[in-house]
Each structure stands twice: as structure tokens, then as C-alpha cells.
Design a protein around this ligand. Structure first.
Ligand SMILES: Cc1cc2nc3c(=O)[nH]c(=O)nc-3n(C[C@H](O)[C@H](O)[C@H](O)COP(=O)(O)OP(=O)(O)OC[C@H]3O[C@@H](n4cnc5c(N)ncnc54)[C@H](O)[C@@H]3O)c2cc1C
Length: 600
């Protein structure tokens, strides 16, 4: 840190990004995090991006940290998230999302190529001049240089001549440092190339507070997650919703299931679902009550056809996410055709929305129907959100549309470029689920089960549909959900309840038999909502059109995986906006970009 002029260099900055080429046991990360915690002038967001060829075990991390007891509490938090580190990029989040670790498991050169980041400081570690691949150090330094802005400082303990040469060749000036012991084995450098670096971000001054006003339209999972991610970065956020309560749209389901998607080729959706799951659980862990509002209890996936197979060479780290189920996982009746998603579970989306919206810097206005966006005259983008009669509801430099299926209508009625709305074809998918208090004689599986619909055997909820504060919670079951394409109303249908019972008979016959009386006598309640989906079933995130709609962003089309995707998508939106390291590999991030259909 001292070699990079830290912590003084980051004082007063809105964000700072440290890049370390070799994570090792994480000492440099933990020390940087500790210094950030102790510094009253710390940046709001500290990014630490690091690469490591193979992840050590969490117990090795902890064992190593005992050598530096001051770091042990932080090492324990790191070890708790140190799970499922398959090759590729992982985002771990600490300090309520203010300290973000982007960990690339793989060769540093490859990992730096797949990421989008601009480093403010570089800790050049883990470079071994004796690496078997010829030219490996130079190529790694080149990859590092591509992530630097003019003025990035670098420090290293490696002083081999090949490194010094490599650094000079790649645009670094070696600098003399003061204040270090004379015998310190240390190299300091400044990135100051004779060419213009192609990094997206230069050192920034914090924006004046009046320019950091944002309106989010929609108080569901997408809107609440975006509001939280932006407020964390210093925005004053107003969240608008036409309904009179938060999470009153699709995000109002009593509980929902999260499980990673699996595919033999580990598809984009499979990889996104794991990153999304990690992001949701991190937020749940820090903001909700485990066992009451969420539980990562694992999910059993019954496989009635050949879909949902694991990749043939699934590394050991993958077993944290998904593996072939055994009898001990409750895999009946054919253990070897079922999967066990150990990182799956259930969550109450309303609780998540309420927690996200309760953060500092967020104001919620309910019962307001946003009908148009109107750009105000002036050189800087300023938007007015108006009612149908043209009354101003809110004004801001940044607008995030998170109104689900209604986002497209909102854009259309704002009379913006027609090609944009046709290029963003959103589909409404009505869905209904059945749920109720667990009857005394119910036969329930030990964990949530999916495969033909999804069944959650037990989550606590107040008896009866109206939730009164302080009311006793009793175990509830839930069976989801129907799919009705191109239907945008949330009417309850009796035939859907029957169809749900039919699917439960297929998924879990004994459970269905024990719950049939509840379906027959009306104890099985019904809940319906409208999902919003894109043509490729992936979310739409980011800036809509920077030329015609500067400052207008979208976060929607979470489909039937909003509980998995919302937090991740919001972090992606905020990272793009602030030119921060992305929480996903570039290719995965681009697969979610709001303007991807405009290019077709
Ligand atoms: C039956 C069912 C079961 C599901 N089960 C699961 C599950 O198990 N796991 C899972 O991950 N996902 C599940 N989902 C999907 C998940 O619920 C959604 O993906 C998620 O809630 C979408 O969140 P959102 O914020 O995008 O939309 P919403 O929650 O619908 O939020 C949009 C908000 O925008 C507001 N709005 C709209 N127009 C305007 C306007 N003009 N002005 C102001 N406000 C406006 C709406 O009132 C609404 O509150 C399920 C969905 C359904 C319907």
C-alpha cells in the first residue's frame, strides 16, 4: 500500500480500484480492507480485483491469517464467502457492498482479459520470473498495463531485471520511493506511457450532490436493488410506484425459490445464475433474518427428462453449487437422476425489497403513476417524470426504468424513438402459485424440490393472508407456478389451482395426496403476478441510448428468476454507470446489455 501512496492517494475519492496479480492467502486484500476501514477519508467504494490460478481452501485461508491476528476477523468474513470458486470471475461483497472483491480464478493474463476494469493502484505479486511459459511475465505486465490509467501507481517486491524491462516497455516509469527501509526489496512505478491509454475511466472528482439525483420507476425487486446500489454510490434516489405498497407487483409473491441453472455446456444462463445466487445470498446475509426471511437450505431438482445435466467435467468447486443427489439429500424415488443444488434455497422477496429500500439516501413515493419522461431544455441531461396530465412527479439527471412489463409502455408514451421500443420487445407472462399453512398431517419433503414446478415445503408466515406485525408465524408450503404468455393481468384463476395440484402430483405424489384436501376446501391460497421477459429470457440492464436518452437506464426482464438476478443486475447497472470493475466477465455482462436487441 505504501508503495502505491495509499491510503493518502484514495482520500476523498468516490471509488478506488486496487488490482493485485496474485491473491495468494489474501494478506494484501485483507490489509487494504483494514486500512480502508480505519480511514475516515476512505472512498465510498473500494474495489479489489485479484487473480489466482487455483483457490485454496477456506481453512487454509484462516490458518494463514492466524499469523496476523489483527486480520483474523476480516479473514473469517472472507472465508465465509470463499465457496464455489470455479474457474472464472467471482464477486465477493463485504461491508454492505462497500468493499468489493473481484476474484479471477485462472491465469492472470486470461483473467485480466475477460474483465473490464481500470486500476488506480497495482500490487504486482505472484509474478515468478521462472514461470515455465516463455515471456509469461512480460505478457502479464502487458495485460496489467491495459487495465491502468495514466497515473496508476504500481508496487512490487519482485525486482528481477526482466520485470524492470517489462514495466518500462509497457509504459511504466520506475520511481524512487522515500520512507521505506534502505534494504527493502521493493519496486515502485508510475503508469505514464508515451501513448494514450485506452481505459474508460480517469481519476474523477465526486459529482456535486445536486447532480446526483436519481429517479427509479418501480418499487419491485429490480427497482429496490437499483436504488440500493445507486444510493451506496452517493445518489439521492427517489423510488416511484403506482401501487400503494412496495413489492406489490411480481415481487409480491409470499416466497420464491432460488437454484442455479445447470447445463452440459455451462451456458451463459448457468454461469449468470450462479453469480446471481451469490449476490442475492450476500445481500440476504447482511440485511435479512436467516430462517425467517430466507434460507439457503439446498434444493433438490428432480429430472424427468434429459435436460439439466451437469457439465461432463465438473470441477470439485462446482459441487458447492450442484451435484448428483444422493439418498441422503431426500432424492426420491430415483436418486441418480436428481440433482442437489446445495446453494439453493428460498427467500421472501417482499422482505428483501423492504430491506433494500430502507437504506440511507432512498425515498419511496407510492401511488404515483409515472406516464412520461420529458427531457428538460439545457446542455446537461435533466429528466422530468410526469403523470399522464403532464404534472411533474420528480426530476433527476438519472432515471432507471424498473417497471417490469410496463417499462416498454412508459418509453412508448414518452414518444421516444419508436425503433427503441420495437427493439426492446418485452413479453408479459402471467403466473399463479398456490400456498398455505402446513396441515398437521402433511407429508413434506425435507427440502425445496423443483423439476415440474417448484415446491417449498416450509417457510414461516403469519396464519392467514393478512400479515399483522407481531402475529405468530407458522410453517407454510408453496407450489409454483403457472406460465401464461402475453397475459398482463394478475387475476386469480380456479383452473390454475387445479393445474398446480396436477403438477404437484407429478413432482411429489405423496405430498400432493396429503395437500389435496387443502386444495379442495379452499385452505390452499392463490397468488398471481405478471413476469416480464425478453426474447432470450435474460434480463435487460444498462443505458438505453446514450445519444437520444442520456441518463435513462433500464433494469427489467428478470423473467422467472428475479430473485436470483435483481441484485446482480443492479450492481452491473451501477458499475457500468460509474466505470467500475464489472461484477461479471465482459462477455456475460454484455449478454445482459439493454441495447443488445438494437444491434440485430
Ligand atoms: C407466480 C410467480 C412465481 C414466481 N416465482 C419465482 C421464483 O420462485 N423465483 C424467482 O427467482 N422468481 C420468481 N418469479 C419472478 C419474480 O417474481 C420476478 O422476476 C420479479 O419479481 C420481477 O421484479 P421486478 O422488480 O422487475 O418487477 P415487479 O415486481 O413487477 O415491479 C415493477 C413495479 O413497477 C411498478 N410500475 C409499473 N408501471 C409503473 C408506472 N407507470 N409508474 C409507477 N410504477 C409502475 C409496478 O407497480 C411494480 O411494483 C415469480 C413470478 C411469478 C408471477
Amino acid at each position: 500500500m505504501q508503495g502505491c501512496g495509499l491510503p493518502q492517494a484514495w482520500a476523498g475519492q468516490p471509488q478506488w480500484c486496487v488490482l493485485e496479480t496474485g491473491f495468494g492467502m489474501g494478506f494484501n486484500f485483507l490489509s487494504t480492507w483494514q486500512a480502508w476501514k480505519a480511514d475516515p477519508d476512505r472512498p465510498r467504494i473500494l474495489h479489489f480485483a485479484a487473480c489466482e490460478p487455483l483457490a485454496v481452501s477456506p481453512s487454509d485461508l484462516l490458518k494463514a491469517a492466524t499469523a496476523l491476528p489483527g486480520l483474523l476477523p476480516l479473514a473469517q468474513q472472507l472465508a465465509a464467502q470463499w465457496q464455489g470458486l470455479l474457474p472464472g470471475l467471482h464477486r465477493l461483497s463485504f461491508e454492505n457492498g462497500h468493499v468489493l472483491l473481484s476474484l479471477g480464478i485462472g491465469d492472470a493474463q486470461d483473467m485480466l482479459k475477460v474483465q473490464s476494469l481500470t486500476a488506480d493502484s497495482v500490487f504486482l505479486t505472484g509474478l515468478r520470473p521462472q514461470h515455465p511459459a516463455p515471456g509469461w511475465e512480460l505478457n502479464t505486465i502487458k495485460a496489467v498495463a491495459r487495465c491502468c490509467r495514466r497515473g496508476t501507481r504500481l508496487a512490487s517486491r519482485e525486482v528481477a531485471p526482466v520485470m524492470l524491462e517489462g514495466l518500462k516497455q509497457c509504459g511504466f516509469e520506475l520511481i524512487k520511493s522515500t520512507g521505506l527501509p534502505a534494504d527493502a526489496h521493493m519496486l515502485h512505478a508510475l503508469f505514464n506511457p508515451g501513448w494514450e491509454p485506452k481505459t474508460p475511466r480517469q481519476i474523477t472528482r465526486p459529482l456535486p450532490s445536486e447532480a446526483m439525483r436519481c429517479v427509479v420507476i418501480g418499487a419491485g425487486l429490480a427497482g429496490a436493488s437499483c436504488a440500493a446500489s445507486l444510493a451506496r454510490r452517493g445518489w439521492q434516489v427517489t423510488v416511484l410506484d403506482v401501487r400503494n405498497a412496495v413489492a406489490a407487483g411480481a415481487s409480491g409473491l409470499p416466497a420464491g425459490m432460488l437454484a442455479p441453472h445447470v447445463s452440459p455446456d455451462d451456458s451463459v444462463l448457468s454461469r449468470l445464475s450462479r453469480q446471481g445466487l451469490r449476490a442475492t445470498w450476500q445481500t440476504a446475509r447482511s440485511q435479512l433474518r436467516e430462517g425467517l426471511d430466507w434460507q439457503a437450505c439446498g434444493v433438490l431438482q428432480r429430472r424427468f427428462d434429459s435436460s439439466g445435466a451437469l457439465p461432463p467435467e465438473w470441477p470439485e468447486a462446482g459441487e458447492y453449487w450442484s451435484r448428483i443427489a444422493t439418498a441422503a439429500d431426500g432424492a426420491m424415488p430415483a436418486p441418480d437422476s436428481a440433482l442437489w443444488h446445495g446453494a439453493g434455497g428460498w427467500i421472501k422477496p417482499q422482505k428483501l425489497v423492504q430491506a433494500l429500500l430502507s437504506g440511507a439516501g432512498i425515498r419511496t413515493c407510492l401511488g404515483v403513476d409515472a406516464a412520461h419522461l420529458q427531457r428538460m431544455p439545457g446542455t446537461e441531461p435533466l429528466w422530468q417524470v410526469q403523470t399522464a396530465s403532464g404534472r411533474c412527479i420528480a426530476e433527476a439527471t438519472l432515471v432507471v426504468l424498473a417497471a417490469g412489463f410496463d417499462s416498454a409502455a412508459l418509453l412508448k408514451s414518452s414518444q421516444m424513438d419508436d425503433s427503441l421500443t420495437t427493439a426492446m420487445p418485452l413479453q408479459a407472462i402471467r403466473g399463479q402459485l398456490a400456498w398455505g399453512a402446513v396441515p398437521r398431517d402433511a407429508i413434506l419433503p425435507a427440502s425445496p424440490v423443483n423439476g415440474d414446478g417448484s415446491f417449498i415445503p416450509s417457510f414461516p408466515a403469519p396464519q392467514g393472508p393478512a400479515s399483522e406485525p407481531g402475529q405468530d408465524l407458522v410453517p407454510h408450503w408453496l407450489m409454483g407456478a403457472s406460465f401464461e404468455r402475453d397475459v398482463s393481468n394478475d387475476d386469480i384463476k380456479a383452473e390454475d389451482q387445479l393445474a398446480l395440484l396436477g403438477r404437484l402430483r407429478h413432482l411429489l405424489p405423496a405430498t400432493a395426496a396429503s395437500l389435496t384436501p387443502a386444495f379442495e376446501d379452499g385452505r390452499a391460497l392463490a397468488w398471481a403476478g405478471v413476469r416480464c421477459a425478453s426474447p432470450d429470457h435474460l434480463p435487460l440492464v444498462g443505458a438505453l441510448d446514450e445519444t437520444d436518452l442520456p441518463g435513462v437506464h433500464i433494469c427489467t426482464a428478470l423473467g422467472s428468476r428475479g430473485l436470483t438476478f435483481a441484485v446482480l443486475c443492479a450492481e452491473l447497472l451501477a458499475a457500468w454507470l460509474h466505470h467500475e470493475p464489472l461484477p461479471l466477465e465482459k462477455r456475460l455482462a454484455n449478454s445482459l446489455h439493454a441495447n443488445r436487441f438494437q444491434k440485430i
